[in-house]
Design a protein. Structure first.
Length: 176
């Protein structure tokens, strides 16, 4: 049999522990050659916390991992018997594999997200915000335009009693 990609359901928040346990069980059973790769689909995001820029990981599919493996009775039992794993997605006895194209698309998204982290907070037009850095620090205003591709906002800031448009980065503002 050839190896294919399968989606495995885990306890949410325990994806890394489930991945490690699965690989440890496969090694202990002497079938680690049947398991090639285990992926936790996640992206890198940037957020402002107490005025500091912080990067963190956000999972695309919390509670799921992708496994490139050869499915047979032995490997099926190893997956099903692993702590923190509840089973395969799509069928208990004969789970359907996912396509190589779909996995390639996900890994490309993960690679792109690592190179250029996304902002964690999304802004909408008309939303009230407060400027947290730059020359307009502590000024309040509302979002007039969102420029997602540039990660910038045009904010109408009240300066001397008049609304003045100011273009700011996502990281320079926070929701009020």
């Amino acid at each position: 049999m050839s190896k294919q990609w399968y989606i495995i359901h885990t306890y949410s928040g325990h994806e890394a522990k489930a991945m490690k346990s699965l690989l440890d069980r496969a090694k202990a059973a002497g079938v680690e050659d049947k398991f090639d790769e285990v992926l936790i689909p996640e992206e890198t995001v940037v957020e402002m916390v107490k005025g500091e820029r912080r990067t963190s990981k956000r999972k695309y599919f919390p509670g799921y991992i992708l496994v490139h493996m050869e499915l047979n009775d032995d490997t099926w039992h190893i997956v099903r018997g692993t702590p923190k794993i509840t089973g395969f997605v799509g069928g208990d006895k004969h789970p359907p594999p996912i396509s190589e194209d779909e996995v390639a698309r996900m890994t490309q998204e993960m690679k792109d997200a690592t190179e250029k982290p996304k902002p964690k907070i999304a802004f909408e037009e008309g939303e009230n915000v407060r400027v947290v850095s730059g020359p307009f620090v502590n000024f309040s205003g509302f979002v007039d335009e969102v420029m997602e591709e540039k990660e910038k906002l045009r904010v109408m800031v009240h300066v001397f009693g008049r609304a003045t448009p100011v273009v700011l980065d996502y990281t320079n503002v926070e929701k009020a």
